[in-house]
Design a protein around this ligand. Sequence first.
Ligand code: PRP
Ligand code: ADE
Length: 174
Amino acid sequence: MARKTLRDYIRTIPDFPHEGIMFRDVTTLFADPRGFRMCIDQLLHPFADQRIDKVVGLEARGFILGGAVAHQLSVGFVPIRKKGKLPAATLSQEYQLEYGSATMEVHDDAILEGERILIVDDLLATGGTAEAGIKLVERLGGVVTGCAFIVDLPDLGGRKRLEDMGMTVEALCA
Ligand code: PRP
Ligand code: ADE
């Protein structure tokens, strides 16, 4: 039998959280030791020879990935969270989702001027969440070296949206 690819570890749940959404559930990938290691190694690979000062993870699954990537790079990790979750002073950025709208926040002292930042999340759909993350990093003076995702849903236009902002976008599967 052929070896499983990363895509084989991800399951799709129809009509979650709303009718018509094909939800890519990466918890099955995270739960498998080989799948999870393969995923972290592959996320890091394009950035291996670049200077990265911090990894930013986007709530919620970006925390799981970003923590592992930051550990592997021996750099710090910064969470970007949904509104109202971070305890200290924050910057806020509104964004539109594939299903609804929301606000993301970052602690205003989490990133220093000129720091080189890798943004990590599980999935790129419309790109609204990642765009909000990029804007927050840049408003703090950080430089986004790239955005890394497990899944890119190309029909939803996120990659083009981020590339039009001048971003390097890496995704492991569609
Ligand atoms: C999902 C996913 C990304 C975002 C991508 O998170 O983990 O963060 O949607 O969509 P976009 O490219 O259209 O912005 P979700 O909003 O479901 O939040 P959660 O991780 O807190 O469940
Ligand atoms: N976030 C936005 N669209 C999604 C999808 N189809 N699967 C998982 N997360 C998502």
